[in-house]
Design a protein around this ligand. Structure first.
Ligand SMILES: Cc1cc2nc3c(=O)[nH]c(=O)nc-3n(C[C@H](O)[C@H](O)[C@H](O)COP(=O)(O)OP(=O)(O)OC[C@H]3O[C@@H](n4cnc5c(N)ncnc54)[C@H](O)[C@@H]3O)c2cc1C
Length: 486
């Protein structure tokens, strides 16, 4: 039986473990933390439960697929529902736009709230869906770094569509050409943040991300996001995968440019295959012999990070739903501050996720569990203590203005996640949420491959490599690896 090791039990690591176990490999997963999930974690405090990392589920069929290939029923492990409203958008002038996942309802909502014709918004969503459908089979399902990927008729057709895929303009440019209404542009621009990018720089092909929410749907696992990691962990255990928690891997052994094994507490464990789920930056910096270092990878621009407050709130807000965005009044200035100035804007866009709207046990009676997040630059040594104090004030000011409340009076407990903590708890370089940024065409499409060009039998999965960050993409990376290993 071939032996494979996986370093890290994030979504990419768990799904790779399942795919290889289903192929008959003997799998050991080594995880530095004392539990599975990586960025997908949860915390509990004073009767509140909070998902600490990802909050939005799209493309759940990619999770189900792992159960089907293992001959299991996914519904025995976790259940999810499709959301009617993907997100609710709030503006300073008290306009509220409900981001319905049904295209008819959403285009009607835009027409009623801001006077944009239903045809115009439908055309935009259809265009974004066209981009998604034209690129996803290649971008999400294949390695872009293998010649054979390009030798198919389907790919040839995809290349013919290139002029229509909006590769040569920014997301903002494409969105503002379509809509004069700034509120609507802001809604479509926001999807750049789904992979930690800047809509004023990222190529418009990334507008395809919005097709997920407005066309294919947004979902919620009945027991919260962490239940996805638990379901995958349970499936992996059922398939015989062995987990070694609180085990930091410090070195990969390479002999004659072939993977040989890995060191756990200075003892070498021989392996036929190694899959790194850890941030690719640290793989080159810490795990591999120095002669393999790729300077280009170590110097890549990183995606944005986040500052999150987990607040127990002793009040219920009927005007909020599961996902809520309180938009900055000046989105462009906010992104300038984030990317050029590497700091936080005084009027930040605030995201509030409240899972107790869906999972009643996540908060005590008459209370809500608020996950309050703003985008931040990644950590390049800013004075975070100072930034966090002023960001907290500005977040509260925004919430109070938009929701006509004095939110401080209702906060009964608080926890926080900062760029520095994201790095220390998940070993993501500079606390970036999605590995390298996708702010340019090259960086969006040619992230680090899922295999090593230099070392045989070494593979890479998770949000820092191809195809990118986010749950569906991390899941895709393990599918690509599984096919490469074939
Ligand atoms: C606050 C936040 C919000 C997000 N929101 C969303 C969202 O709404 N929707 C979405 O789809 N995505 C979202 N994401 C992104 C998503 O969480 C990630 O893209 C995805 O979980 C990445 O998984 P991964 O496979 O890259 O592994 P990671 O989660 O990065 O896990 C890597 C694991 O490897 C372990 N490890 C690292 N080095 C070693 C070592 N040397 N030895 C042993 N173990 C090691 C780490 O401890 C960690 O557990 C969000 C992320 C964050 C942080």
């Amino acid at each position: 039986m071939k032996k494979a090791a996986i370093i890290g039990s994030g979504i990419g690591g768990l799904s790779s473990a399942i795919r290889l176990a289903a192929k008959g490999y003997m799998i050991d997963v080594y995880e530095a933390n004392n539990s599975y999930g990586g960025k997908m974690r949860e915390t509990k405090k004073k009767g509140f439960r909070f998902d600490m990392g990802p909050s939005l589920l799209t493309m759940p069929e990619k999770i189900d697929e792992l159960f089907f290939l293992s001959n299991k029923n996914p519904r025995d492990y976790f259940k999810y529902v499709k959301l009617d409203e993907g997100c609710r958008y709030f503006y300073d002038d008290k306009t509220i736009i409900r981001g319905f996942t049904d295209i008819d309802k959403f285009t009607k909502e835009l027409n009623e709230k801001v006077g944009v014709s239903e045809k115009k918004s439908r055309d935009h969503i259809n265009k974004n869906t066209f981009i998604f459908d034209s690129t996803s089979f290649l971008f999400l399902e294949k390695s872009l770094h293998k010649i054979k990927t390009y030798l198919s008729f389907k790919v040839f057709i995809a290349f013919l569509k290139l002029p229509f895929l909006q590769i040569f303009q920014s997301m903002h440019s494409a969105n503002s050409k379509r809509f004069e209404n700034k509120k609507v542009v802001q809604i479509f621009n926001r999807f750049a943040t789904y992979n930690g990018s800047n809509p004023y720089k990222a190529p418009a092909v990334l507008n395809s991300i919005s097709a997920l929410e407005f066309n294919k749907g947004a979902f919620y696992p009945e027991l919260g996001m962490f239940s996805i990691a638990t379901a995958l962990y349970n499936l992996a255990v059922d398939l015989g995968v062995r987990f070694h928690f609180s085990t930091l891997i410090e070195k990969i052994s390479v002999k004659n440019d072939v993977v040989d094994g890995l060191f756990v507490s200075e003892k070498l464990y021989k392996k036929d295959i190694i899959i790194c789920n850890q941030d690719i930056h640290f793989v080159y910096k810490n795990l591999l012999p120095k002669r393999f270092t790729l300077k280009r990878i170590l110097e890549q621009e990183r995606s944005s990070s986040a500052l999150i407050f987990y607040w127990g709130i002793k009040k219920k807000f009927s005007n909020l739903q599961l996902h809520n965005i309180l938009f900055s009044n000046n989105y462009e200035e906010e992104f300038k501050k984030l990317s050029a100035n590497q700091t936080i804007y005084d009027d930040p866009t605030v995201y509030i996720n409240i899972t107790s709207k869906m999972s009643k046990n996540d908060a005590p009676n008459n209370c809500e569990n608020w996950f309050v997040m703003i985008n931040t630059p990644n950590d390049i040594g800013q004075n975070w203590e100072e930034i966090i104090v002023s960001a907290r004030k500005n977040i509260i000011k925004k919430i109070n203005n938009v929701l006509d409340v004095s939110i401080e009076d209702y906060i009964v407990c608080e926890e926080m996640l900062t760029p520095k903590l994201i790095e220390t708890t998940t070993q993501s370089f500079r606390g970036s949420l999605y590995g390298s940024s996708s702010n340019s065409r090259g960086s969006a499409f040619f992230r680090h491959p899922n295999f090593s060009n230099q070392i045989s039998n070494l593979y890479f999965c998770g949000g820092s490599v191809h195809p990118g960050g986010g749950i569906p993409l991390a899941l895709s990376s393990s599918k690509i690896i599984s096919e490469l290993i074939n």
